[in-house]
Design a protein around this ligand. Structure first.
Ligand SMILES: [Zn+2]
Length: 239
């Protein structure tokens, strides 16, 4: 009897401390709302790709089922039955597929035969990402520009590169930097600009619930740091 009482007490303590830790920790909410970004690289563990995609889908299906179960949902319902597997596949194969470097788009460069020396802008690239603090969508537009130093990149590759980095749990600041740095590497020039204008569903549907505000982030390298070049770029965006 004493033993059972003790067990119950321990369980209550665990439940209580769980509650205190998870629900009443102001730092958890604050870190999400402050958009804390810890570095340029997406924080991945060294063993991130030891599991195959199908093993990941299998594990996530199990855990997502547990989440739904905990929420009290009836998983024998025909409409809900397939949800854990659908979510798992969507995470691994679609919206978080950009975590895996194997999915990075192959980029071929061409020689700049036209000797085109002005900036090239790919604007209004559709952007879908997910906030790494709340796992809800970030959506908007990305605009990227470069000034060729002899190489040209296929236009659709700019879209693909943005989408690759967007398909990760992200912080908009980091996403912007990752696209900018990658383009500098690929094109062998510092002369890169990236602007992202996006809405965060963690801002519009919860917390402050502001549906009108959007977040703008930018990356400027090389010649784009000059006021004149930067303004030329920004003028094209308003066309
Ligand atoms: Zn968020």
């Amino acid at each position: 009897m004493q033993h059972m009482k003790k067990q119950k007490e321990t369980l209550m303590n665990i439940l209580h401390s769980r509650e205190t830790i998870l629900i009443n920790d102001p730092d958890i909410d604050q870190a999400g709302d402050d958009h804390i970004c810890t570095g340029l690289e997406t924080p991945l563990r060294p063993d991130a790709f030891e599991l195959s995609d199908s093993e990941k889908i299998h594990d996530i299906e199990y855990h997502f089922r547990e989440i739904m179960q905990t929420l009290g949902l009836d998983l024998s319902d025909d409409s809900l039955r397939g949800t854990p597997l659908r979510v798992a596949k969507m995470y691994v194969k679609e919206i978080f597929s950009g975590l895996d470097p194997a999915n990075k788009p192959k980029i071929a460069l061409f020689e700049n035969k036209y000797k085109y020396k002005q900036m090239l802008i790919e604007k209004d690239i559709t952007l879908f990402s997910n906030c790494e603090h709340h796992f809800v969508p970030i959506y908007g537009k990305a605009h990227v520009a470069y000034i060729s130093n002899g190489s040209i990149i296929g236009l659709s590759k700019l879209n693909r590169l943005v989408q690759y980095f967007a398909k990760r749990p992200q912080v908009q600041e980091r996403l912007t930097m990752q696209v900018g740095r990658e383009l500098q590497d690929i094109l062998g020039t510092k002369d890169i600009a990236v602007v992202i204008d996006a809405k965060h569903m963690c801002v519009s549907t919860r917390g402050i619930k502001d549906t009108d505000s959007s977040t703008v982030t930018s990356f400027y390298g090389g010649k784009f740091l000059r006021e004149e070049t930067k303004n030329e770029f920004l003028n094209y965006l308003s066309l």
